[in-house]
Ligand binder design. Sequence first.
Ligand SMILES: C[S@@+](CC[C@H](N)C(=O)[O-])C[C@H]1O[C@@H](n2cnc3c(N)ncnc32)[C@H](O)[C@@H]1O
Length: 299
Amino acid sequence: MLYLVGLGLSYKSDITVRGLEAVRKCSRVYLEHYTSILMAASQEELEEYYGKEIILADREMVETGSDKILHNAENEDVAFLVVGDPFGATTHTDLVLRAKHSNIPVEIIHNASVMNAAGSCGLQLYNFGQTVSMVFFTDNWRPDSWYDKIWENRKIGLHTLVLLDIKVKEQSIENMARGRLIYEPPRYMSISQCCEQLLEVEENRGTKAYTPDTPAVAISRLGSGSQSFKVGTIKELSEYDAGEPLHSLVILGRQCHDLELEYLLEFTDNREKFTNDVRADQEYFKPAPWVPPTEPADE
Ligand SMILES: C[S@@+](CC[C@H](N)C(=O)[O-])C[C@H]1O[C@@H](n2cnc3c(N)ncnc32)[C@H](O)[C@@H]1O
């Protein structure tokens, strides 16, 4: 059996009872190690807690070397651990399909994900549109296809969850060119860098999917002891120090319900300014008032 086990967001004990029971009976345990991190537990702590050795699975192993993970899983139990939920944000459908094609039974054990825990900032999950990913810009690679998705969400009034890039086990161009297996330290995008990139792309595109004054919510370290939220405009958050990773951002949609706003006001020192920013932003993409059709005039 291949078990895909969600670990939840932060602590070693966030794993579900069913997940823990599955891990403890597996002969091999892999930890997906490139899309997220368990903030409050190290590999060694997890190993001690599970009573199992953990094999770190980087992108290369999961995407091109999955045969290793699936090896003999039709006869023995193998666990593939994913921080958050196995199907939250990054789905591991490819691995599941490969297992099914090899007649390996698969069991998914779910857990909390950033995709639902983001609701703890007070915005209703029902009012979110497409989630987007913001990658680190480089000198010659500044992808902005997410811009159109934010525009589409905002046009129909919905909030946008922005997930921020993580770079683990990355090689410098020079080391890659020389074939040296030396890896850079992990990098996690911050809220301020994300907001700077948002502002840069808006300036280039100029179609006002959002503006520097659009309100947003900075979400830091969800589910951990130091979880925090901060609201402000995108411009203000481009100067905000959110501290240690992990970070996510929500760009508000036009349909910000009064109850949502009341909750968000807990995360600012200037309630009046933020209320005014939200009200002003709601004018964007506001549909024209509905006008009843007129009766055709009698001839
Ligand atoms: C590719 S997603 C992986 C999601 C994970 N599988 C899950 O279900 O939560 C990783 C990104 O989600 C966001 N994220 C994940 N966990 C987070 C947390 N606890 N607090 C804030 N943001 C988080 C960060 O932007 C991070 O770079």
